[in-house]
Design a protein around this ligand. Structure first.
Ligand SMILES: [Zn+2]
Length: 458
């Protein structure tokens, strides 16, 4: 548990990177059989390059993330490379709970909720520099911003992912998973992501077959999958979580100048919405429905305060958030029906704690906020988060308070999750999610039993 509190220092080895770009003649991957890339280099396109001797491609992704052309252990794009259990950095002959280094199926060791850049990140350990295992956010970004086709490259089955923006592409072979001697080679292309799945003995994989792509599926950590690294660019630290409850100096901002002002006590935004310090206020953002958003979270006394974390439908905070402690469900498949919309009910913590017409926002109100404001990653009084600005100039600041799962905090200072009052289906509830590069509504990654922040509306 202690290691999840370690603050990761994201060192951008830009010097190494620059040197590596100039040493492109010595790349080990793709140089011989992908002459389009060499051509791009000679015409000085910045869409390809190398870092620490490994080639990357710029797919024009919004976050600036560059994807490697090869898997860890591979020398060509279509080579499978090596399989690894999640968090392990050496290949082996059998992948099972019996051989897993970090515990068994029912007593798995917590090595962090996001291992990108740590000693457990095989891309970082084997390739060094700024290479990392991709995060769940980067997996989703790849999926959203590319088209793909099932194809064969030099006799190897896999999928080619082509940028919607610049026609560059990567090929990921169907290297398959390995489980106790069994392999799905040639059938699917599962590659590990850096994020642990909620059940903790599982971690996320980016997976595909000839039929489709699943950017957020998951499997047991003991199984063997390949890893396709991404290159951490300056300012591109999306999804990196240390699980620490400390918002100082993590440097996740994409806006220059935001990375080193933590603790200075001065915000970098011109936040003028509140008329006085007698919070909460109802902020007019000029939204079509007339909805006003509160200036702060339930449990917070100022706009940048994180406030309290609540499981969906609960109205009291607690120290452990899990299925064992959740009032309205026992597993992701066994959740109580507490209504099609809990806004204004006894399950609505904004209504219960604040009264006076305050409610949890519905999904429609979150969508309205997204559609009628601009938003940017910034800091308010040293706290990272997103500032939403309405067309009338009104602003609300949502701090990146992260979330709670079991007894831990995750993603504090790195991402924000805000409950809506709207269920997605019988198991999930919808929420607003944001990190340094983006914001969107979602439902899938956080079960109702997670501890999540609430920003009221009225
Ligand atoms: Zn206020």
């Amino acid at each position: 548990m202690k290691d999840s509190k370690t603050i990761k220092k994201l060192k951008i080895l830009s010097m190494l990177f620059v040197i590596a770009v100039f040493s492109v003649c010595f790349v080990s991957c793709g140089n011989d059989d992908k002459d389009d890339i060499t051509t791009n280099e000679s015409t000085q396109s910045s869409l390809t390059g190398t870092a620490n001797g490994h080639e990357w491609v710029d797919l024009g992704l919004p976050s600036g993330t560059k994807w490697a052309t090869c898997n860890v252990g591979a020398s060509k794009p279509e080579d499978y490379g090596d399989h690894f259990a999640w968090g392990e950095t050496s290949k082996k002959s059998t992948y099972s709970w019996d051989t897993y280094k970090y515990g068994g199926r029912y007593d798995v060791k917590n090595i962090g909720s996001n291992i990108a850049g740590t000693q457990y990140d095989v891309a970082s350990v084997k390739w060094g520099g700024s290479w990392r295992m991709p995060t769940l956010a980067q997996s989703k970004e790849l999926f959203n911003n590319t088209t793909s086709e099932w194809t064969t490259q030099n006799g190897v089955k896999g999928r080619k992912f082509t940028s919607k923006k610049n026609s560059m592409s990567i090929f990921i072979p169907a290297a398959g998973g390995q489980f106790s001697g069994y392999s799905t080679e040639g059938e699917d292309g599962g590659t590990w992501l850096a994020n642990v799945y909620q059940e903790n003995n599982e971690a996320y994989i980016f997976n595909f077959t000839n039929e489709g792509i699943w950017w957020d599926t998951y499997d047991y950590r003991c199984n063997g999958y390949t890893v396709r690294p991404v290159l951490l660019m300056s300012g591109n630290t999306s999804g990196n979580s240390s699980g620490n409850n400390d918002n100082s100096g993590s440097g996740t901002g994409t806006d220059p100048g935001n990375n080193n002002n933590s603790g200075s006590g001065t915000g970098t935004v011109n936040y003028t919405s509140c008329p006085d310090n007698n919070h909460p206020h109802a902020i007019d953002l000029g939204l079509p429905s007339g909805t006003k958003w509160a200036c702060c979270n339930v449990g917070a006394t100022k706009p940048e305060g994180y406030g309290d974390y609540y499981a969906w439908g609960e109205t009291e905070t607690k120290s452990v958030y899990s299925w064992d402690t959740y009032k309205y469900g026992r597993s992701s498949k066994d959740v109580d029906n507490i209504g099609a919309d809990i806004a204004g009910t006894k399950y609505d913590v904004a209504h219960v704690k604040w009264g006076g017409g305050w409610r949890m926002p519905t999904l429609e109100q979150i969508k309205e906020l997204m559609a009628n404001t601009t938003h940017e990653w910034t800091r308010l009084n040293g706290v990272a988060g997103r500032l939403f600005t309405g067309k009338n100039g009104g602003t609300v600041f949502l701090p990146a308070a992260g979330d709670r799962w079991r007894g831990e905090f995750y993603g504090v200072g790195h991402w924000g999750i805000y409950w809506s009052s709207t269920p997605y289906d019988e198991n999930y509830a919808c929420y607003l999610y944001f990190y340094s590069d983006n914001a969107y509504w979602d439902y899938f990654n956080y079960f109702r039993n997670f501890g999540v922040i609430v920003r009221p509306v009225r």
